[in-house]
Design a protein around this ligand. Structure first.
Ligand SMILES: Nc1ncnc2c1ncn2[C@@H]1O[C@H](COP(=O)(O)OP(=O)(O)O)[C@@H](O)[C@H]1O
Ligand SMILES: [Mg+2]
Length: 369
């Protein structure tokens, strides 16, 4: 998205309800045509951000710019923005076609054009032929598609989606994630998707904003967020993470350090300068840990001793819970390979844990500067 232009800009937005401040000086730029996701735990302020963009809430201070113009004074119904809610909010007595065409009728679009645009929107969501059905004759996934069709038929500049797939069961949700992404690509409309589900955020988005307590924590591509979390909140919230606490013992090379983790010395790369004596967290995703039998431990490598607490087969991977002798508990995830003798670990088996140099990700301990 390097050459993308900013379509929507939130500048130092302050928003409170009564004495509770939900957003304080919240700023965010969203590019034209991107699939942008706001990810964070329940109550962190995601819906509030969407409602401000939609015009259902007014900010206490700050600006919202769309195409460089302040939209504070523009009423919700006149903003080129549509929202898809989790609850679908379909009119029960109207047919699918009437539901989808509702906004166009309100905008006094001609009957002929409504018919054509409704047909196009239903084709996009793969519901051609469902025009005369009533909502109660549709499955949950189909209702969700009608809600999406009803929003895209308006050709908004920005489509806001608030936990829009949460009500669907797992398999249907995964299917709809793919479809939503395809719809977004096809139409080129900017999507702002809100979710508390990290898997959903990673699988659909061009960029993700992780927020907590109304504060942006990190913004980046799904890969950046997963592989290079900026702080412990992001590391923890996006999938599983193993944390090794250590102290920088020496600088070996530019941005390469020896970190002492309870007596075990590992070479670790950092993305920023560290000083000798700095306390750090060395982070490893479960799939980046290596487990060996004690007797297979490479002589020239540093690692950790532990024992197997639990093994679970997930279909794709075998996950192992390991108690280290230093008291730490780790989770390792390996692709299932029945020809590998290492897959015979039993509970209480003593193992040696390490990782390939460079696969770690280092962050500074303590609060963010
Ligand atoms: N209309 C409202 N009146 C009072 N408090 C609200 C209102 N809307 C949201 N809040 C509060 O603001 C905080 C953020 O809410 P919300 O934006 O809905 O979070 P999220 O969507 O991330 O779960 C919550 O503590 C919530 O209780
Ligand atoms: Mg919400």
């Amino acid at each position: 998205m390097a050459d993308a232009e900013v379509l929507l800009s939130l500048r130092k937005i302050v928003k409170g309800f009564g004495s509770q401040k939900v957003l304080s000086e919240f700023s965010l730029d969203i590019f034209d045509g991107e699939f942008f996701t706001i990810l964070g735990p329940s109550g962190c302020g995601k819906t509030t951000v969407l409602r401000l963009i939609a015009g259902f809430e007014q900010a206490d201070s700050g600006q919202i710019l769309l195409d460089d113009a302040d939209i504070a004074a523009v009423a919700a119904e006149h903003r080129p923005v549509n929202t898809v809610f989790q609850s679908y909010a379909l009119f029960p007595h109207m047919s699918v076609a009437e539901n989808v065409g509702f906004g166009l009728r309100m905008a006094a679009v001609t009957k002929a054009e409504i018919k054509q645009r409704v047909a196009e929107a239903l084709a996009v969501v793969k519901l051609s032929g469902f025009e005369s059905r009533k909502p109660h004759q549709l499955s949950g996934g189909q209702k969700q598609r009608v809600a999406i069709a009803r929003a895209i038929v308006m050709k908004p500049k920005v489509l806001l989606l608030d936990e829009s797939l949460s009500a669907l069961d797992h398999k249907l949700r995964q299917q709809m994630q793919m479809e939503l992404k395809q719809i977004q690509r096809k139409l080129g409309i900017t999507f702002v998707y809100v979710t508390h589900d990290q898997e959903e955020a990673l699988s659909m988005s061009d960029r993700v904003l992780v927020m907590n307590h109304g504060q942006p924590q990190q913004i980046g591509s799904p890969r950046e967020i997963y592989e290079a979390p900026r702080n412990m909140f992001v590391a923890d919230f996006i999938g599983e993470i193993n944390v090794f606490d250590g102290v920088v013992e020496a600088e070996n090379d530019e941005l390469s350090y020896t970190v002492n983790i309870g007596g075990v010395k590992k070479v670790a790369g950092a993305e920023f300068r560290l000083e000798v004596g700095d306390e750090v967290h060395v982070l490893l995703r479960p799939e980046d840990l290596r487990i060996e039998y004690i007797e297979d431990q490479p002589k020239d490598e540093q690692g950790f001793l532990g024992k197997v607490l639990e093994r679970s087969y997930t279909g794709k991977t075998i996950d192992t819970l390991i108690a280290l002798e230093n008291g730490n508990t780790l989770r390792a995830s390996e692709f299932f390979n029945e020809d590998d003798p290492d897959f015979d670990y039993s509970i209480n088996q003593r193992v040696w844990v390490s990782w390939i140099d460079g696969w770690e990700h280092v962050i500074k301990a303590g609060p963010l500067e």
